[in-house]
Design a binder for this molecule. Structure first.
Ligand code: APR
Length: 237
């Protein structure tokens, strides 16, 4: 009987996609330096000016088409050979999936999906030819559509399953997030006592008061190679 693989739960933010050429939000020259966040990524902003919001997400979709998964995404996918890996991501890109991760839980939505404005369960996936959406975009059911994104001022529907995963983790890792946006930033606090927590970020936010976090102050590609060595050595015992 093969012994059960340890459960590795990883919470990722924009930093893991930085080395794929996708802008983060709060770094220098980040998205929020060039766009008024409450105009392009909030519920009020969408009500005020849906055209601007659709345009913002159309630009991010085009940037995503140019991007490829990087070594950090690939190492996470490869770790599924030795661990029961679950990725909880704040990112709306599909780079984890394209790198081969098989269990990805998106907290803030998905860039390549749109949904009916008045029915959150009616979701369509955009294809490469039809990336551009506008307020006039209709779903196959004829209903007006919006980005399938969790705007600021909106609830995070997947936070409950994410908390459950953090609570079940045998190992928890946080990669490439400034830990400024809740509830995602609080996930590490649901980890059971004694479960090791690692935080990979070249400019790590303070984790004071969040229990004993092992900080690996490196970019995601290098930091995940370091973490892989630690975890595989630990597995060998
Ligand atoms: N490797 C790892 N981390 C990196 C790298 C890299 N190469 N480059 C930058 N980082 C780190 C930064 O140091 C920072 O801590 O990535 C983090 C990016 O932080 P943010 O830009 O705040 O992104 P994130 O934490 O994912 O934002 C959370 O805010 O605007 C909302 O919904 C949006 O999901 C997003 C949420």
């Amino acid at each position: 009987m093969e012994n059960k693989k340890p459960m590795l739960v990883v919470s990722t933010g924009a930093g893991i996609s930085a080395e794929s050429g996708i802008k983060t939000f709060r770094d220098a020259d980040g998205l929020w330096e060039n766009y008024p966040v409450m105009d392009v990524a909030s519920a009020d902003g969408f009500r005020r000016n849906p055209e601007l919001v659709h345009q913002f997400y159309n630009e991010r979709r085009k940037a995503l088409l140019e991007a490829q998964p990087n070594e950090a995404h690939r190492i996470l996918a490869e770790l599924e050979k030795d661990f029961d890996v679950w990725v909880i991501t704040q990112n709306v890109d599909d780079l984890h999936e394209r790198a081969g991760s098989t269990r990805v839980l998106h907290l803030h939505g998905e860039l390549m999906k749109i949904r009916a404005v008045d029915d959150p369960d009616y979701i369509e996936t955009l294809d490469i030819e039809h990336l551009e959406t506008t307020p006039a975009t209709r779903g196959k059911n004829g209903k007006p559509m919006r980005p399938h994104i969790v705007f600021f001022q909106e609830a995070v529907p997947n936070i409950e399953p994410a908390i459950e995963l953090a609570h079940r983790a045998d190992i928890f890792a946080v990669i490439g997030t400034s830990l400024q946006v809740y509830p995602a930033a609080a996930l590490m606090e649901y980890v059971r006592p004694g479960v090791p927590v690692y935080y990979i970020d070249p400019r790590p936010a303070s984790t004071a008061g969040r229990g004993n976090v092992k900080v690996i102050p490196e970019p995601a590609t290098k930091g995940l190679a370091t973490l892989r060595d630690i975890l595989l050595k630990g597995k060998k015992g």
